[in-house]
Design a protein around this ligand. Structure first.
Ligand SMILES: C[S@@+](CC[C@H](N)C(=O)[O-])C[C@H]1O[C@@H](n2cnc3c(N)ncnc32)[C@H](O)[C@@H]1O
Length: 323
């Protein structure tokens, strides 16, 4: 009986690895080694716990590390908790949006953001993230939040809808918004497949790269979860909460995220003038060093197609030497 239990747990763990393969794990652990080797009791904040893949790799690799794992989706916790069960003495779960990072009242030596949704969220049809399945139009990462995708689609003005789709690079944004408004006058848009139908009639065949509804769904998901605003707020707090010598690492998956991270990191690592700080002696404010961008290897991309669009961008808080 005992053996059977062990076997089935192992199978479950393997299933979960299949459901969500963590991106660029080895590369991130190698970078973290350079930081933690100089710190006695290092602290790491995983801003996007998901199923806990990155947190698990950190806890396995560094026996004296304390990890705080954040996720705005409470449903990830029972699964992550099982995977991290050996390490719960050094792991602390915080259910919040990482735009509230400061509620973790502790500085950290490594802060990680692995942006977007997990495969588990996409594969769970009922969550309404996938254009491949029929489900209620939901797309909330945090199920305690009021606004969902159906509300945006049925209640936002034509102009608001158009700018949501335009921001995400949908070339037919005005036609999609117009057709949504037309459709909802006849019947409320409640399901993912109603929206797919609207994408189908709005986007001419020659404009379609990938699935016709891909950009529309991604744009709505970003809007429902206020993703870009959270990212901007989270980056500022993370940069302030890093210990000297600490690293902020962000994995982004599309150009809207990438641009925000790139510009923020450039600004932090540029001369003090661009930081727009009040006049301070040059050694009295933190300086940052931009590390080279890393992309997944061909092997990782062939093992995990989700990693194909990933970029790892890191910034390091420079140690300020006492005079
Ligand atoms: C790509 S998955 C993370 C996967 C994880 N690194 C792993 O290896 O298993 C992203 C997770 O971050 C969460 N998330 C996304 N944006 C968030 C935010 N602003 N605040 C808190 N959690 C967020 C999502 O709910 C999702 O579970």
């Amino acid at each position: 009986m005992k053996d059977f239990k062990l076997e089935s747990n192992r199978e479950k763990e393997q299933d979960l690895e299949f459901v969500h393969k963590s991106v660029l794990v080895n590369e991130i652990i190698e970078i973290a080694k350079t930081v933690f080797s100089l710190v006695e009791n290092p602290v790491m904040i995983d801003c996007t716990l998901g199923l806990g893949g990155h947190s698990l790799a950190f806890l396995k690799a560094f026996s004296n590390l304390e990890v705080f794992g954040i996720d705005k989706d409470l449903s990830v916790w029972p699964i992550a908790k099982k995977r991290l069960s050996k390490y719960l003495g050094r792991f602390f779960f915080v259910h919040t949006d990482f735009s509230n990072l400061e509620i973790i009242d502790k500085n950290a030596d490594f802060i990680l953001m692995d942006l977007g949704v997990s495969s588990m969220q996409i594969d769970n049809a009922q969550r309404g993230f996938s254009y491949m399945e029929n489900a209620n139009l939901d797309m909330r990462m945090d199920l305690s939040q009021n606004i969902n995708a159906a509300e945006i689609v049925n209640e936002y003005s034509y102009d608001n809808l158009k700018s949501i789709f335009l921001l995400n690079g949908e070339r037919n944004a005005s036609r999609v918004a117009k057709n949504i408004v037309k459709y909802r006058e006849i019947s409320p848009i409640k399901t993912t497949q109603q929206l797919v139908k609207i994408a189908d009639i709005s986007i001419p065949r020659n404009y379609r790269s990938g699935h016709r509804a891909k950009k529309i769904f991604q744009a709505l998901r970003i809007a429902v979860n206020n993703e870009l605003d959270s990212l901007k707020k989270g980056l500022v707090q993370a940069s302030q909460m890093l210990n000297e010598g600490g690293i902020l690492a962000v994995i982004d998956y599309h150009s809207l995220e990438g641009k925000i991270v790139k510009h923020f990191f450039r600004k932090l690592s540029s001369p003090s003038v661009e930081l727009n700080l009040p006049e301070l002696p040059s050694n009295s404010f933190p300086k940052f060093e931009l590390l080279p961008k890393i992309s997944p290897s061909e092997k990782e991309i062939s093992d995990n197609s989700r990693s194909a669009s990933a970029h790892l961008r890191c910034i390091k808080k420079i140690v300020i030497k006492e005079n």
